[in-house]
Design a protein around this ligand. Structure first.
Ligand code: GAR
Length: 187
């Protein structure tokens, strides 16, 4: 049995998709959802999905107790699914190549602090890029800088808006993130 923890900060559409993807898979268990934002809709989703929820404060997140708590869960993979806090070095060191993130652009472009969610799509459309996409990557100590595992592309139309691009990116995320996770935990 492979054990996952999913970290979220927002809507939780990726959490929902991943949970549904692995629902009937007896080899994979989502042992908890870690959330830093009391207003995140992901909280409702975790409750409806019946996954234990761990709300964290910044102080807790950066504490050695949190690492011990996670260690007790015997995780095989930590999945950042729209989680917007920087991961402390101590957690990264405790999980080498075991923390993965999804970013809604083709890194290394449009990555780093401040580039999240719609801000990314606004910047991509403003720059009249021909393509955007998603990047699934390992997490290291620099924002959006870890080794790339998978990228998927989509073309921008002439009349593309941040909203229409967001919808295309959403589709790529829904299609590829669970499959990438399945691949990573098998290999
Ligand atoms: C996703 O588009 C994800 O790529 C992005 O946040 C969104 C979360 O959506 N992540 C980042 O921007 C990380 N820098 P969700 O909460 O509905 O899964």
């Amino acid at each position: 049995m492979k054990r996952l923890s999913i970290f979220v900060s927002g809507n939780g559409t990726n959490l929902q998709r991943i949970a549904e993807y692995f629902k009937d898979n007896n080899d994979v268990e989502i042992v908890n959802v870690v959330c830093n934002n009391p207003n995140a809709y992901a909280i409702e989703r975790a409750k409806k999905l019946g996954i234990p929820l761990r709300m964290i404060t910044r102080q807790e997140f950066n504490s050695p107790e949190f690492i011990r708590e996670m260690a007790a869960l015997q995780l095989d993979l930590i999945v950042l699914a729209g989680f917007l806090w920087k991961i402390p070095s101590s957690l990264i060191q405790a999980y080498p190549k075991k923390i993965v993130n999804i970013h809604p652009a083709l890194l290394p472009k449009y990555g780093g602090k401040g580039f999240y969610g719609e801000h990314v799509h606004e910047a991509v459309v403003a720059a009249k890029e021909a393509f955007s996409g998603i990047t699934i990557h390992y997490v290291n100590e620099i924002y959006d800088n870890g080794e790339i595992i998978l990228q998927a592309y989509t073309a921008l139309d002439e009349k593309e808006t941040p909203d229409t691009l967001a919808a295309k990116i959403h589709q790529l995320e829904q299609a590829y993130f669970p499959v990438a996770i399945a691949f990573l935990i098998k290999n």
